[in-house]
Ligand binder design. Sequence first.
Ligand SMILES: NC(=O)C1=CN([C@@H]2O[C@H](COP(=O)(O)OP(=O)(O)OC[C@H]3O[C@@H](n4cnc5c(N)ncnc54)[C@H](O)[C@@H]3O)[C@@H](O)[C@H]2O)C=CC1
Length: 295
Amino acid sequence: MRLLVTGRSGQVAQSLAEAAGGDISVVALGRPELDITDRDSVARTIAAHRPDLVVSAGAYTAVDKAESEPEAAFAANRDGAGNVAAAAAEAGLPVIHLSTDYVFSGDAAGAYREDDPTGPQGVYGRSKLEGEAAVLAANPQAAVFRTAWVYSPFGHNFARTMLRLAAERDVLRVVADQRGTPTYAPDIAAGIFAAARLILANPGDKRLAGVFHLVAEGETDWAGFAEEILRQSALRGGPSARVERIATSDYPTPAKRPANSRLDTQKFRDTFGHVPPDWRNGASRCLDRLVGPTA
Ligand SMILES: NC(=O)C1=CN([C@@H]2O[C@H](COP(=O)(O)OP(=O)(O)OC[C@H]3O[C@@H](n4cnc5c(N)ncnc54)[C@H](O)[C@@H]3O)[C@@H](O)[C@H]2O)C=CC1
């Protein structure tokens, strides 16, 4: 199968490109040749590369900056997402679109299911929620995968930030009152490949369209994630530091984050027959790459 992926230098796009091989080919494209805010450039790119399926992973992901740049966030996350889904639909192609736990308020007690009420807390979450609606309206073969707390060997992410800070400081202050599931981008890529295979084998199957939650198994809080990264780093001879657990109120940010980011993945597992690994397993593989293998 041949996948065209938007947002070439992003964590998920790079993970998809890296995992391609065998009967899977991935063409990952980004600006300047593919700008999702430019409908014509999306249509031209799809026509030129003739993929079987489009993965929409390009997005405006600067959560705090979005509060002061709402136009840019909505241009990419709502209008750009809609452009990609519509251009795929015009070519008769299914689309897998990435969305986020930030569409929820975080006030619920348990893990969020796909049909639970949304309630984004900031501009980024609102722009992604409106993007979901645009995608589902534009393409009858659209699957929206909400994921969360993405990290990888690439780009800006929490795991890399913790390692960098641990090399500079003895104590890292990390919020301990936001719960969720760290999800290793290569594990998202594996879930996307499994789903894409099924979607392409069952064209028009309505059960494979709609919203799904795709995160790793298990849960923790940001401080717990930091502790695990630093524990695994120390095992490999990498930087380590003590984690001081703090409250969100001690670390003010422009955008409010959900206190509960947990996503229920039952629907994804039942529909696509794919079970993502535990988050600690992903952390271990990421640390193998960022620090090196354990002795
Ligand atoms: N990073 C995270 O923790 C989470 C990410 N997500 C979603 O998952 C998806 C993938 O996320 P990541 O790979 O982490 O993001 P990322 O920030 O690593 O990559 C996004 C890519 O999109 C590109 N992009 C932005 N505007 C564009 C435009 N107009 N045209 C073409 N490309 C453009 C950026 O240059 C970047 O390479 C996104 O939809 C994001 O909203 C969901 C939950 C959490």
